[in-house]
Design a protein around this ligand. Structure first.
Ligand code: ADP
Ligand code: MG
Length: 675
């Protein structure tokens, strides 16, 4: 009992709103919430992207030009130089050897009055030395009074909602403080002698003398991964038990057949096979519990629509849940267009509806007058009551949290579950991750599609010519940037929009990212769909299922930052009709050889499953903590390719300790593409 209460304490604290952290006011809290950083635990799991070696301080005279380093010196002089906008604060420091260094700060007149810079004070300084008119100087170095500096490895965080690494470090220190030393996870005991969850978090945020490659760091990271993995595997075990429930027998497929007759083209062979598997499931008298892995663009939506009609035919309700409001709206629109001849329609439920509309819709679901609904996770909010929900379809299931993923099936009795994903994984992996589900695999595209011509290029001027031609021919272009905000190593969405607007003034360049309001996102996407906007600068929010067939070129900046599965998904946004489509991969300037090899594989291969297998071969354990990449499969910390051995082992040896509800709730993907 004690153990359980303490476990609750750990997740209880982690689940508190970020607003409890000192320094987080309503404005910052709002911005973080939009990125999916909602609670203290989300802040704690924002792990360092890198660690800086701050163990030694180099004497001034030994500093090397152009190399960032830590040094120290005594303030000899504080002065202003320059005039007007170019006015600078110049702090001159020196040491016993007589070496002298100038620290220059633009736009920082307040420094001239800073007591910490009084003559004679000793400073600890970190920056890059350069020579200017024979004088050693640093521009905007980091500095602090020497007595406030502690040597060691220092974490560096990716910026979040405009907060830089230092600010985030402070939030995390406050969050660690809240955890205290008694917070426990129920898995701590069975995983001993590994570090506890709290210890592992502390270690990863504070590093130690061995640095990011040290054994303790590796163990700590693995401990966090195990927390996620065991929670997930337990949920899967629970679902397996629930799967063996009796269900109504559904045999009459006349509505689905009428739909097929109305489709402008026949189903592909792969679609036919999967549809038959689903029909058999529904006629078996037992709950369906099936995962449909269908490659990007293979036509999963119609399979879902067919299943929904089957439920309606038998007087039941069906719900289709999608990870973003944009995708849900798009599903409702395309499905309704095809359902019209049958006199059927689906309702749309998202989080941003008018109160009156929402009330009417909920009433319809409760009294059964609405029998098909498409929506976001709004479909599983507490106030949504279904009269007779018997079919739950979850699109892009890996985008949902562990708890959310199957929550729809709890909204009725013996609810059939069809989960869909566009990232097929090798069978051995699928068995470990989804072993309890029946698996359907849908490969290949509808006929007439050409593979997306994928190129790795360095020359941006050639790219500009190609874009010009594409726009002149009436094509539309996605331009993918890796982050919303600017940070030390890259541009922001806004900066990219401004640059492209100058070059392609006629293209109606717009921006799309996860921090926009749902209504604004929809507006931007519909402008892109109707051609008012023909060049869309976006973060990976477009990755999830968006369908604009006129888009024929996708440019992916810093492509080496993503896994092959995610790149394949992004590439799947183009090539959605018969015209030749292109994907241009722009690697970042510091891309490793290994990363470039992976990108070449993407250029050569167009099959999602084959790419997943390649990823499994190409990536192994051994990268330093901090240099990892995740998120492809909807895990926060697990990387399905890299951590394959870990996943298989624990799937085979799952200990009997159950995760709490709070844990199921907490473990969800931290992708900015979920709204
Ligand atoms: P995904 O599996 O990625 O969800 P979609 O269901 O969005 O794929 O389908 C991709 C495109 O293929 C859509 O434009 C859809 O209309 C079209 N499509 C689906 N099935 C067929 C088919 N059998 N023949 C031709 N086109 C199809
Ligand atoms: Mg889809």
């Amino acid at each position: 009992m004690l153990c359980l209460r303490q476990a609750y304490a750990m997740y209880g604290i982690m689940e508190q709103d970020i607003g409890v952290l000192p320094g987080v006011g309503p404005a910052i809290a709002g911005r973080l919430h939009k990125l999916g950083v909602a609670c203290v635990g989300d802040v704690l799991f924002h792990l360092p992207k890198d660690y800086v070696d701050d163990r030694i301080s180099i004497p001034l005279r030994d500093l090397q030009e152009g190399v960032e380093a830590r040094t120290s010196g005594q303030v000899l002089n504080v002065d202003a130089s320059g005039y007007g906008r170019r006015k600078q604060a110049v702090i001159t420091v020196g040491d016993e050897d007589g070496a002298i260094l100038q620290l220059r700060f633009f736009h920082s007149p307040f420094l001239l009055r800073d007591a910490r810079l009084a003559l004679g004070r000793k400073l600890s300084i970190r920056g890059k030395l350069e020579w200017w008119h024979g004088q050693a100087q640093m521009l905007h170095p980091e500095w602090l009074p020497e007595e406030a500096f502690t040597a060691g490895w220092r974490p560096v965080y990716a910026s979040l909602a405009g907060l830089g690494s230092a600010r985030i470090g402070k939030l995390i220190a406050a969050a660690l403080n809240l955890l205290g030393s008694s917070a426990k996870s129920p898995f701590d005991d069975i995983l001993a002698p590994r570090p506890s969850l709290a210890q592992a978090l502390k270690r990863l945020h504070q590093a130690d003398d061995d640095g990011p490659c040290g054994e303790l760091m590796r163990q700590s990271f693995e401990r966090l991964q195990l927390e996620e993995l065991l929670t997930y595997l337990h949920l899967m075990r629970r679902m397996r038990k629930q799967a063996q429930i009796d269900a109504e027998i559904w045999r009459d497929a006349s509505l689905s057949d009428a739909f097929l007759a109305a489709l402008p083209y026949p189903l592909t062979d792969a679609q036919v096979i999967v549809w038959n598997e689903i029909r058999e499931d529904m006629a078996r008298g037992q709950r369906m519990h099936r995962l449909l892995q269908g490659d990007v663009g293979s036509g999963k939506t119609w399979v879902a629509a067919l299943a929904m009609l089957m439920a309606v035919q038998h007087g039941a309700q069906a719900a289709l849940m999608a990870p973003t409001s944009v995708l849900a709206a798009q599903h409702a629109q395309t499905i309704n267009a095809m359902f019209a001849p049958l006199g059927k329609s689906v309702a749309l439920l998202t989080g941003n509806m008018k109160v009156g509309e929402r009330r009417a819709l909920l009433a319809g679901l409760a009294d059964g007058s609405i029998n098909m609904v498409v929506g976001t996770h709004a479909l599983i909010s507490d106030d949504v009551i279904y009269k007779k929900l018997r079919l739950a379809i979850v699109d892009e299931q890996h985008r949902f949290g562990v708890r959310q993923r199957w929550a729809l099936t709890e909204r009725g009795e013996a609810v059939h579950l069809l989960a869909m994903t566009a990232t097929p994984i090798p069978r051995s992996m699928a068995l470990a991750l989804y072993g309890d589900m029946d698996l359907s695999l849908m490969r290949g595209m509808p006929p007439g599609r050409k593979p997306v011509d994928t190129r790795l290029i360095g020359s941006r001027s050639k790219l500009a010519d190609g874009m010009r031609r594409m726009l002149d021919e009436g094509g539309r272009i996605y331009w993918i940037v890796p982050r919303i905000d600017e940070d030390e190593d890259g541009v922001s969405v806004e900066q990219r929009v401004e640059a492209l607007k100058k070059r392609f003034a006629d293209a109606g360049v717009l921006a799309l990212h996860g921090r926009m309001k749902a209504a604004d996102k929809e507006q931007v996407l519909s402008a892109f769909a109707d051609g008012t906007c023909r060049l869309l600068v976006s973060t990976t929010v477009v990755e999830v299922g968006v369908n604009v067939p006129q888009a024929r070129l996708i440019v992916i900046e810093e492509a080496d930052r993503y896994g092959l599965a995610q790149l394949h998904q992004l590439r799947g946004r183009v090539g959605r009709d018969a015209a030749q489509a292109y994907c241009v991969l722009l690697p970042s300037s510091d891309a490793s050889t290994n990363a470039l090899v992976r990108l070449r594989h993407l250029a050569a291969c167009h099959d999602g499953l084959e790419l997943a297998e390649l990823d499994l071969q190409l990536r192994g354990a051994g990268d330093a903590v901090g240099a990892r990449q995740s998120g492809d499969m909807g895990f926060r910390l697990l990387d399905v390719s890299r951590d394959a051995a870990l996943i298989r082992h624990w799937h085979a040896h799952l200990p009997d300790v159950e995760p709490t509800d709070a844990m199921l709730h907490f473990w969800r993907p931290m992708a900015e593409s979920v709204d």
